[in-house]
Structure formats: C-alpha cells, structure tokens
Design a protein around this ligand. Structure first.
Ligand SMILES: [Zn+2]
Length: 74
C-alpha cells in the first residue's frame, strides 16, 4: 500500500500500524464490527456472531492524521 495518501494533508508519508487493545481478555488489537453498537446487560458491546475485521491504521508523519482500513476478516 505504498501509494497511500493522507486524506487530511495530502502527503504520501504514511506509517503502517494498528490500534492496540489492552482491555481484559482482549486479543491485543482493535477490530471493526459490522452493524451499530448494541450493549448487553453489563454495558459491554454485544458482538456475538457479528462480522469482525482487523483494522490497519496508517499514521501520517507530516500531520499525524490516522487513516484506518479494515481489509482482513478477523
Ligand atoms: Zn497528513
């Protein structure tokens, strides 16, 4: 994905990365979940049988904007 361009400032200097999730029983990376947020009785998000995608987060070295892509099913 070397041709990526920052949608904020237009620079092509995007660094590859991801969004860390260190919450309890977390897998270590954040995921994008299809559909609107629904909360269970304990307040947590209900994600049972919802499609989830890994998030690629590209950081612009120039303006520090983040570009997020969800290309890979989790
Ligand atoms: Zn930028």
């Amino acid at each position: 994905m070397s041709s990526l361009r920052c949608t904020h400032c237009g620079e092509e200097s995007l660094e590859t990365g991801f969004i860390l999730d260190t919450g309890q029983s977390a897998s270590g990376f954040a995921e994008w979940v299809e559909g609107p947020l629904q909360r269970g009785v304990l307040g947590g998000a209900k994600i049972f049988r919802r499609p989830k995608w890994e998030i690629d987060a590209y950081r612009c070295r120039h303006c520090h904007h983040l570009e997020l892509f969800a290309n890979h099913p989790a």
